[in-house]
Design a protein around this ligand. Structure first.
Ligand code: ATP
Ligand code: MG
Length: 227
């Protein structure tokens, strides 16, 4: 098996929000690496900047200063169009609230990232159906989000995050809205994906037990990594 290599490297990331109520410096200089095939959890109290950091790592937002490289590509060298193409190709996202489109069925939601990159509807549909089977939802392909349970919706979100074979999946409190049984089965699914597909995950969580199971845990306090 290949050795793990550096997938993502963040150097001295700082983030300041400028709003009507003034400036808020949220990240004070974050330096970290994510290796391939690892599950890293990010923990810390509410408001320390976990979601802010995850949004920067996923190129959903830009740092005020500092650098993010993914397999050697410096994200700051890309314009907005290049960045969104890179993001769609390289990253998968799972949020606390599923962010599925309500008017689309499960299979249509899952195939969307593939259509965005120009795949045909037929191949997108086939792959989306396979992924939904992989997450245990072959009997729910044509249900809309409102016709699914909370746990099922998050499984659809996991399938969607896998659609474009991302190098990195970023999850922000993916089980924050689930009961403990559904949370447990969501985590089992993620660990299974790591074992079977060598999928790399960064997961923000308040769940200490989950954090302990990860390959590595990053603990944040006041916009800095403390451990
Ligand atoms: N757009 C914004 N403008 C101004 N301040 C913001 C903005 N987004 C976040 N903040 C502030 O930045 C800080 C960090 O927010 P962030 O969402 O990263 O925290 P978090 O660690 O994810 O917290 P939680 O565990 O509650 O999700 C908070 O104090 C928040 O109020
Ligand atoms: Mg958050």
């Amino acid at each position: 098996m290949n050795e793990n290599t550096v997938l993502l490297k963040a150097s001295d990331l700082k983030k300041t929000y400028f709003s009507s109520v003034g400036e808020v410096q949220v990240l004070h200089g974050i330096t970290m690496e994510i290796m391939t095939k690892e599950i890293v959890t990010i923990v810390g109290a509410s408001g320390v900047g976990k979601s802010t950091l995850l949004n920067l790592l996923g190129a959903l937002d830009k740092p005020t200063s500092g650098k993010i490289e993914i397999e050697g590509t410096d994200l700051s060298t890309m314009d907005d169009g290049e960045l969104s193409e890179f993001r769609n190709k390289t990253m998968g996202f799972i949020f606390q609230f599923h962010h599925l489109l309500p008017e689309l069925s499960a299979v249509e939601n899952v195939m969307l990232p593939a259509l965005l990159r120009g795949d045909s509807k037929k191949s997108g549909m086939n792959r989306a159906s396979e992924l939904l089977s992989d997450v245990g939802l072959s009997h729910r392909l044509h249900h809309k989000p409102s016709e699914l349970s909370g746990g099922e919706r998050q499984r659809v979100a996991v399938a969607r995050s896998l659609m474009n074979e991302p190098k990195l999946i970023l999850a922000d409190e993916p089980a924050g809205n689930l009961d403990s049984a559904n949370a447990e089965s969501l985590y089992e699914l993620m660990w299974m994906l790591k074992e079977e597909r060598e999928q790399t995950f960064v997961i923000v969580t308040h769940n200490e037990e989950l954090a302990r199971r990860a390959d590595r845990t990053i603990r944040m306090e006041d916009g800095l990594i403390v451990e």
